[in-house]
Design a protein around this ligand. Structure first.
Ligand SMILES: O=c1ccn([C@@H]2O[C@H](COP(=O)(O)O)[C@@H](O)[C@H]2O)c(=O)[nH]1
Length: 224
């Protein structure tokens, strides 16, 4: 089985990002480039990281009207990402059009509820029910809309795995036992998420902020 860990490369300077990716590439299965990286370095930065030879996950969390999101999907065809994110709360038409506009080798996954939010945060946005209810609701909508899978926390991945046969489940909010949680609220260990059916394990700071990132990535890999 291939390594399910994607390193979240949330590093502001391109030179540092390339160096970090080089250091850990033997111990991860792919690289996740998010908003911080893409806003700073754009397509050029994606090409630079792509030269390392690992699959690229573009975590852009697109959220707009269907025509605009489909246009953005067309615009990034040439970057050939293995995975791209859109917000499932953008609705069915947006998700259908995004999937139709994506490259055939790109998995389109819908972000359900950010792992930095808990039940109380959800309530304050005016949405009824708890995190579990919200993730199941949006997972069903993403599946009906033809997406490949969803992003959810390790708290929900087991239930969604039972509900959506053949789905592709991306799980951030992962912390090895004893490591700092930071702004994440719905957190599990990488091993727990994998055992519960995650397809991709997104891990950032526990590796990128470690004293020895290659050793941190190796230690996580050894737990899987
Ligand atoms: O619900 C979500 C969706 C995306 N993310 C992204 O994953 C990484 C997590 O980084 P850590 O340093 O391991 O916390 C980060 O790039 C987020 O943008 C998420 O955390 N939660």
């Amino acid at each position: 089985m291939s390594n399910p860990v994607y390193l979240a490369l949330d590093v502001p300077r391109l030179r540092d990002a390339v160096a970090l990716a080089e250091q850990v590439k033997a111990h991860v299965g792919g690289i996740k480039l998010g908003l911080e990286f893409f806003c700073a370095h754009g397509a050029h930065g994606v090409h630079m990281i792509g030269q390392l030879g690992l699959p690229i996950f573009l975590d852009l969390k697109l959220y707009d009207i269907p025509n605009t999101v489909a246009g953005a999907m067309h615009a990034i065809h040439n970057l050939e990402p293995a995975i791209i994110t859109i917000h499932a709360s953008g609705g069915r038409a947006m998700m259908e059009d995004a999937k139709a506009a994506a490259g055939e080798n790109t998995k389109v996954v819908g972000v359900t509820m950010l792992t930095s939010m808990d039940d109380r945060d959800l309530e304050r946005t005016g949405i009824k029910g708890n995190a579990h209810d919200q993730v199941m609701r949006l997972a069903d909508l993403a599946q009906e809309s033809g997406l490949d899978g969803i992003v959810c926390s390790g708290h929900e991945v087991n239930s969604v795995h039972d509900r959506w046969k053949g789905g592709y489940f991306v799980v951030p909010g992962l912390r090895p036992a004893g490591s700092a949680v930071g702004d994440q609220k719905r957190v599990v260990t990488p091993r727990q998420a994998r055992d519960d059916g995650a397809s991709v394990l997104v891990i950032g700071r526990p590796i990128s902020r470690a004293e020895d990132p290659a050793e941190a990535a190796r230690a996580i890999e050894a737990t899987l």
